[in-house]
Design a protein around this ligand. Structure first.
Ligand SMILES: C[S@@+](CC[C@H](N)C(=O)[O-])C[C@H]1O[C@@H](n2cnc3c(N)ncnc32)[C@H](O)[C@@H]1O
Length: 217
């Protein structure tokens, strides 16, 4: 069933849109989850940083039961509505929206497609994943971007400082073993057991998605 929906959607996309490489990467995540017998059809999903939704959200928007999409910049909302006609869209600061009582333990899937660098005082996914404990159900999946080889750190002094402070690691290049250990420990600290963890490359060679399947302790 999931496969059928996905394949139909791929066909529609190829007719109407130019190919988006991020979409391919995200489709691979969905395939991997399917292989692990995880069916997204019953999931309530949140796209924490939605933009216009066409970089990857459209890969799963027709598969999940309900989709929430949050975006701070009003210039993206018109196309976001067009790209995700079935989603519940909020134009606001996701960090503030994520504090609404209604969303406590509400989502099965949280996707954090964070901007790189430091933005409005937040850095990469560092602050956003702090909201997962509040937002996720007792069991669920979180997906976010990992930058293993950040660019122009000499010019981006604040970004560099935030990364060193966060990872406690001065190396410019982070290896996968380090990343897996770091985030397993991090989510343990957030009161989750990490049932599974895997990554999926994006088209930029410095960036990949990290996928964690979590269960509250
Ligand atoms: C990488 S893009 C997201 C792309 C999107 N996930 C997709 O599938 O097309 C990151 C977005 O996060 C938005 N953003 C940055 N800070 C935000 C905040 N505090 N609250 C909500 N959205 C924010 C930016 O405006 C930008 O559109």
């Amino acid at each position: 069933m999931v496969k059928t929906v996905l394949n139909t959607y791929k066909i529609n996309l190829s007719k109407n849109r130019r190919p988006v490489p991020t979409l391919d990467s995200f489709n691979k995540i969905i395939d991997l989850l399917n292989k692990k017998k995880i069916n997204l059809n019953d999931f309530i999903a949140l796209e924490f940083f939605a933009r216009e939704g066409d970089w990857h959200t459209i890969a799963y928007s027709n598969i999940v039961k309900e989709l929430y999409a949050w975006e701070i910049d009003s210039q993206f909302i018109k196309n976001l509505k067009k790209n995700l006609p079935n989603a519940i869209i909020e134009n606001g600061n996701s960090f503030e929206l994520s504090r609404r009582k209604k969303y406590k333990n509400y989502f099965d899937l949280i996707v954090i497609d964070n901007p790189q660098n430091v933005f409005n005082g937040y850095c990469e996914h560092f602050d956003a994943i702090e909201r997962v404990n509040f937002l996720l159900k007792d069991k669920g999946i979180v997906i976010f971007n990992i930058n293993v080889r950040p660019y122009n750190l000499k010019e981006n002094i604040l970004w560099n400082r935030r990364r060193i402070d966060y990872y406690k690691n001065t190396s410019k290049i982070l290896n996968l073993k380090f990343i897996y250990n770091f985030y397993k420990n991090k989510f343990n600290e957030f009161n989750f057991n990490v049932i599974d963890i895997f990554h999926q490359k994006r088209h930029e060679n410095f960036l990949f998605y990290l996928v964690l399947i979590l269960e509250k302790k």
